[in-house]
Write a protein that binds this ligand. Structure first.
Ligand SMILES: *[C@@H]1O[C@H](CO)[C@@H](O)[C@H](O)[C@H]1NC(C)=O
Ligand SMILES: *[C@@H]1O[C@H](CO)[C@@H](O)[C@H](O)[C@H]1NC(C)=O
Ligand SMILES: *[C@@H]1O[C@H](CO)[C@@H](O)[C@H](O)[C@H]1NC(C)=O
Length: 286
């Protein structure tokens, strides 16, 4: 399993084996995990009894089961922090991806089990949120729209402490072809081009005590590097992480409820290596 996962990669065999055996090691205590076991089946995501990593009910259209929203993608290598016991998962959206009465959005978002809106382990102390993404050539995003792909939203749903976005931001000018990390004010603190066919690995350290945000990044299987300083940010308000796809409409001031979405949507984002570690004392897995 490990050999085939690694050697199927586009890299030369020797480079591939080296990269695979020196893949990312998680060195700090994991407080929440969204790493998908290799043995997990799509149907397992549908019920709480078999889905031990994510909320089986939310956040998605109530009449569409996760087994129809999620896919196991054809990636040639696991992402940096996913070893041979784990696999990648793709979150997709379609015309039916309407959560409750939010007719403006097309959305499907995973929430890690144990990530409660208040009093949970994800929004205290110093936490580093890890994730990797890769694009699916058969399910490309339409970058005329704004996408929110991963974020931490306050418990009263009034703000996001930070966001991971793609496409055309509605509230400011930006490079639509870039992945962007935004702060609570919606300002872009760091961005990097969307790669057509490579893992892009992110870590954001959210210091809930000192109120700072710091971004780490790498491409492919390379170790993460610090790409911003610890920037001031209002991290108050607790809340939860969400991981997936939220496509905003165009042509409206009321993005939640109205606006334009084309029909025939079939878009996705491939995720791997989702976990939150305790970065107390400066610990971080690179
Ligand atoms: C993976 O590739 C197979 C064969 O081409 C295809 O049938 C399947 O739909 C692909 N999976 C995804 C998630 O795109
Ligand atoms: C993968 O990592 C997990 C947790 O970090 C560990 O329990 C498991 O033994 C590892 N599996 C392999 C095949 O290395
Ligand atoms: C992208 O979205 C815009 C705005 O909704 C739409 O006009 C356009 O047709 C879409 N492009 C593609 C390639 O789907």
């Amino acid at each position: 399993m490990l050999a085939s996962t690694c050697l199927a990669g586009a890299l030369a065999a020797t480079a591939a084996s080296a990269a695979c055996t020196s893949g990312g090691v998680i060195k700090c205590p994991v407080v929440l995990s969204g790493q998908v076991p290799a043995s997990m089946k799509l149907a397992d995501f549908d019920t709480a009894a078999t889905n031990k990593i994510f909320n089986a009910g939310n956040v998605k259209a109530s009449n569409v089961p996760w087994s129809q929203i999620l896919k196991f993608p054809n990636v040639t290598t696991n992402s940096r922090f996913d070893n041979a016991s784990m696999k990648s998962v793709e979150v997709t959206i379609a015309d039916s991806s309407i959560f409750k009465t939010q007719h403006g959005f097309r959305r499907a978002g995973l929430q890690m089990l144990g990530d409660t809106n208040t009093g949970g382990p994800g929004a205290v102390g110093v936490r580093t949120v890890h994730w990797s993404v890769q694009q699916d050539p058969a399910r490309k995003l339409n970058l005329t729209h704004e996408y929110q792909n991963l974020w931490h939203e306050t418990a009263d749903y009034s703000a996001n402490q930070f966001d991971f976005k793609m496409g055309t931001l509605l509230d400011r000018s930006s490079d639509r072809n870039a992945m962007k990390i935004t702060n609570r004010k919606g300002e872009v603190v760091w961005s990097t081009p969307i790669e057509a066919a490579a893992w892009q690995n992110f870590a954001v350290t959210v210091d809930y005590q000192k109120n700072t945000l710091q971004v780490f990044y790498s491409k492919g299987l390379a170790p993460l590097k610090q790409v911003t300083a610890a920037l001031p940010n209002d991290n108050s308000g607790e809340g939860q992480y969400q991981i997936g796809m939220l496509k905003k409409p165009t042509g409206t001031d009321d993005v939640v409820n109205s606006g334009y979405q084309e029909s025939g949507i079939d878009e996705g984002q491939i995720y791997g290596g989702i976990f939150i570690e305790d970065s107390a004392g400066g610990c971080i897995s690179l």
